[in-house]
Design a protein around this ligand. Structure first.
Ligand SMILES: [Zn+2]
Length: 188
């Protein structure tokens, strides 16, 4: 995971705020976890028609909790030829702010292997965090900042009920950051 480079002056304040907002409020009940389990079993059946309603439930519950407009959702069998994600080349989903539509696909482009449940859910949380950036935080754009990735991870681990790891970052050229996976996995 690599962050975007900071934008030019005009949007810099929003970018910094996104970078510094490292966590997200979470529902205190287990509603998302219950829905996530049904996404997992629908994925095991391997058909996008089974997966779609469970993801819609997830996004509806999350949108209600964060008090943002519901977003549209499509699950595609395979990655489309043209991908809208305008921020970086993302492999498993995209989000269009103008139409508030999230698309996630179940198969990878190259080997047509089915996306793992973990990757699929993490993509869903990632794209939903783009929705939150515009609709909850009111950012002018939805940058992949350290804060963005951390918020997406908070939501993902909550939804899966897995322990949240502290992410360690290393600076790279151009004001960008990448995750130091060794330290992150070691936890120190
Ligand atoms: Zn993204």
């Amino acid at each position: 995971m690599l962050t975007d480079a900071p934008p030019r002056k005009a949007n810099r304040a929003g970018f910094l705020e996104s970078d510094q907002t490292r966590t997200l409020d979470l529902p205190q009940d287990g509603s998302l976890l219950t829905i996530t389990k049904s996404i997992e079993s629908a994925m095991r059946r391997g058909r996008s028609t089974d997966v779609r309603p469970t993801c819609t439930d997830f996004l509806k519950a999350a949108s209600e909790f964060y008090e943002v407009p519901a977003c549209g959702f499509r699950v595609l069998a395979a990655r489309p030829l043209r991908v809208r994600e305008r921020w970086t080349a993302e492999l498993f989903g995209d989000y269009t702010p103008e139409t508030m539509l999230i698309r996630v696909w179940m198969r990878t482009a190259v080997r047509k292997a089915i996306t793992s449940f973990g990757t699929f859910l993490s993509t869903l949380c990632h794209e939903f965090c783009h929705h939150l950036d515009f609709q909850k935080f009111g950012f002018k754009d939805s940058w992949h900042t350290r804060g963005f990735y951390e918020r997406a991870a908070v939501l993902y681990h909550h939804a899966r009920s897995t322990p949240l790891k502290k992410l360690f970052w290393v600076p790279v050229i151009g004001g960008r950051w990448r995750i130091d996976w060794q330290r992150t996995n070691r936890g120190a």
